[in-house]
Every structure is written in C-alpha cells, then in structure tokens.
Design a protein around this ligand. Structure first.
Ligand SMILES: Cc1cc2nc3c(=O)[nH]c(=O)nc-3n(C[C@H](O)[C@H](O)[C@H](O)COP(=O)(O)OP(=O)(O)OC[C@H]3O[C@@H](n4cnc5c(N)ncnc54)[C@H](O)[C@@H]3O)c2cc1C
Length: 159
C-alpha cells in the first residue's frame, strides 16, 4: 500500500496543502489584476469622450484608483501569506486574508475593467470578458469566501 505521510495524518497534510494552494495559486490573479489595470489605464488615457480623455472624468479616474488599491492590498496580503508559510507559522490567518482579498478583488476589478471599456469590454475578442470568467470561480475553489471568513474568525477567537 502506498501512503502519503503516516496513517492518521491526512487532515493535517490536507490543511497544509490547502494553505499552500490558497496562497501560491492565487498569485495568478494578482498578475491578472496588474495586467488589467495597465490595459484599463492605457485605454482610458487614449479614448476621448465629451472633449477629453476618459480618465479625466472624475468618476472614471476613481474607478482606476480603486483598481490600483485592490491590486496593492492583495499583493501585500499575498506576500505576507507566503512569508508566514515560509516562517513555518502555524496560524493560516494571513493565507485566508490573502485568498479572500485576492479573489474578491479579482472579480470586482474585472467588472470595473469591463465597465471602463464600455461595449468593447463585453466583446469576446477583448481580454476583459475572459478575465471576468477566469475570476468568478476564485471565490469558490480552494474554499469559498464564506469558509475563508469562518476560518479568519476562528483564528481570531483562538488568540
Ligand atoms: C473552477 C473550479 C475548480 C475547482 N477545483 C477543484 C479541485 O481541484 N478540487 C476540488 O476538490 N474541488 C474543486 N472545486 C470545487 C470547489 O471546491 C467547490 O465548488 C466549493 O468548495 C463549493 O462547494 P459546492 O460547489 O459543493 O457548493 P456548496 O457547498 O453547496 O455551497 C453553495 C453556496 O453555499 C455556501 N455555503 C455552504 N456551506 C456554508 C456554510 N456552512 N456557511 C455559509 N455558507 C455556506 C457556499 O459558500 C456557497 O456560496 C472547484 C470548483 C470550481 C468552480
């Protein structure tokens, strides 16, 4: 019989694998948000409506600022999660905070990006709509957002 670890260790091995997955796998979405922001910035600087670049309209600029905020907070939380795993920290709270922030930010920023591109953003020959489709399952796999929030509260109650 082939066995990973020792008998009875399954739950602990699974927990550690999930911590790694919830941190490392979600780095993809930070890269996606970075690319999305660059593309949205370029588009809104070049497209003109009502005599000025889209980005000069305050409501448009604020949406870009929110995308930047989500990107940077997700990136920092991801770095902290990876650092805590590297340090051998037992509490996975930083991993749960990172997974929650990255996944929910990826969906919100994908919706913002489509909105900024207007009708163009909805077309399948643009990357924006496929980024949204990629983002949507992020709050489901590796444990839903509700599970991440449960784990965060549990970790806080243990301290
Ligand atoms: C793209 C994709 C890839 C996946 N890859 C894998 C994989 O590689 N390996 C694997 O094992 N699984 C994988 N999954 C499955 C994924 O882990 C589950 O879909 C996810 O855990 C939700 O479980 P469920 O679909 O049974 O939904 P349910 O558990 O039925 O949940 C439905 C809804 O109810 C909520 N809910 C359920 N229980 C509670 C609760 N106690 N409190 C509050 N809310 C609750 C959920 O958060 C969710 O919003 C993948 C899913 C997707 C979409």
């Amino acid at each position: 019989m082939h066995i990973l670890g020792k008998e009875g260790q399954g739950a602990e091995i699974f927990k550690q694998s999930m911590e790694w997955e919830r941190a490392a796998l979600f780095a993809f979405y930070v890269g996606m948000m970075d690319r999305q922001l660059t593309k949205a910035l370029t588009f809104t600087q070049h497209r003109k409506q009502f005599g000025k670049s889209l980005i000069k309209h305050q409501a448009v600029g604020h949406r870009i600022a929110n995308m930047k905020l989500r990107l940077e907070q997700s990136r920092l939380l991801l770095y902290k999660a990876c650092w805590s795993i590297d340090q051998g920290e037992l509490s996975p709270i930083h991993v749960n905070l990172s997974k929650l922030s990255v996944s929910e930010s990826a969906i919100q920023s994908s919706l913002d990006a489509i909105h900024l591109f207007g009708g163009e953003g909805y077309k399948t020959d643009q990357e924006m709509e496929s980024m949204l489709r990629d983002a949507i399952p992020a709050t489901l796999f590796s444990g839903t957002s509700e599970i991440q929030r449960d784990l965060i509260v549990n970790a806080l109650c243990l301290n």
